[in-house]
Design a protein around this ligand. Structure first.
Ligand SMILES: NC(=O)c1ccc[n+]([C@@H]2O[C@H](COP(=O)([O-])OP(=O)(O)OC[C@H]3O[C@@H](n4cnc5c(N)ncnc54)[C@H](OP(=O)(O)O)[C@@H]3O)[C@@H](O)[C@H]2O)c1
Length: 262
């Protein structure tokens, strides 16, 4: 049994979800530069086609809503029929919906769980049987630094991202013996349309291009976690390593949620 290796462009095609905007869109140029052919997915067909048109013969649009597991399975099958094995899958599609616990909205919880968790599960279910059979492949799951511990207004998003980190760890343990390389990305703040409606402070925020470069560098390695900017994510890890009562009180104070409601 050999340890899983990062996939190479000569092994097959790369499948990227959430490619129509933000981090996903920024990843396309870097992956093309590395020599990958890429199947790009999201729901916005027009945006995907416009992006694919910029790289004729290298980038191909496969629109799909990842909450529809049957459609995801058909998409994976179509990509492999058209372009050969998916050697690397980057499960990047996700949504952030702020939840105010004073006036919570169940639909926002449900939508976040559907896209971020159920959507990732649909992709995993379509991919891992194929990769296990081939005894090779790389799956990169995009989580978030919010996976490390609770944050105000992130009770839906943070729960899904912690779930994804746990899912990736389980897969890394289970699929190692099949030669399938599992990684998890835990970024801090990245300047993308997903951040447009957030008015809270975003310390050490990086551009989508910087995030894409960090993710690409990490995907060429064998390590499990790709985390950046480290001065932010490692500080968060330290805070969340404290006893729970301490870190809950500290995060409450740091985020201003220790003040009485207006
Ligand atoms: N920005 C940050 O600060 C930050 C930090 C940590 C982690 N992340 C994670 O990084 C990933 C990318 O985020 P981003 O900031 O680049 O956000 P973004 O610009 O809003 O992009 C999200 C992508 O997901 C796609 N998507 C959403 N719902 C989908 C669905 N049901 N089916 C298929 N595709 C869907 C969107 O395309 P369509 O709308 O066309 O479907 C879009 O391409 C997410 O998983 C996010 O949680 C972001």
């Amino acid at each position: 049994m050999s340890a899983p290796e990062p996939a190479k462009p000569s092994d097959g095609v790369c499948w990227l979800t959430g490619a129509s905007s933000g981090i996903g869109e920024a990843l396309i140029a870097d992956l093309v530069k590395e020599g990958w052919r890429i199947a790009i997915s999201a729901r916005s067909e027009d945006k995907l086609k416009a992006l694919a048109d910029q790289y004729p013969g290298l980038v191909f649009a496969y629109p799909v809503d990842i909450t529809d597991d049957a459609a995801v399975a058909r998409t994976v099958s179509k990509i492999e029929t058209d372009h050969g094995p998916i050697a690397r899958a980057i499960l990047n599609a996700g949504v952030y919906l702020s939840i105010n616990a004073e006036r919570p909205n169940f639909d926002d919880y449900a939508k976040t769980f559907d896209v971020n968790l159920k959507g990732a599960a649909a992709c995993i279910c379509a991919l891992t049987p194929l990769m296990c059979e081939r005894r090779s492949g790389q799956i990169v799951i995009v989580s978030s630094a919010t996976a490390f511990g609770g944050m105000p207004t992130s009770t839906a998003y943070g729960a899904t991202k912690a779930g994804l980190l746990n899912m990736a760890e389980g897969l890394a343990i289970e699929l190692h013996r099949y030669g399938v390389h599992i990684q998890c990305v835990t970024p801090g703040f990245v300047d993308t349309p997903a951040q447009d409606d957030n008015d809270f402070p975003k310390p050490f925020m990086v551009s989508a291009e910087t995030a894409a470069a960090r993710i690409c560098k990490g995907m060429r390695k064998t390590g499990f976690e790709i985390t950046f900017p480290r001065r932010f994510t490692w500080a968060l890890k330290l805070i969340y390593a404290l006893p729970r009562d301490w870190h809950i009180a500290l995060v409450r104070k740091q985020t201003g949620w220790n003040k009485p409601p207006e």
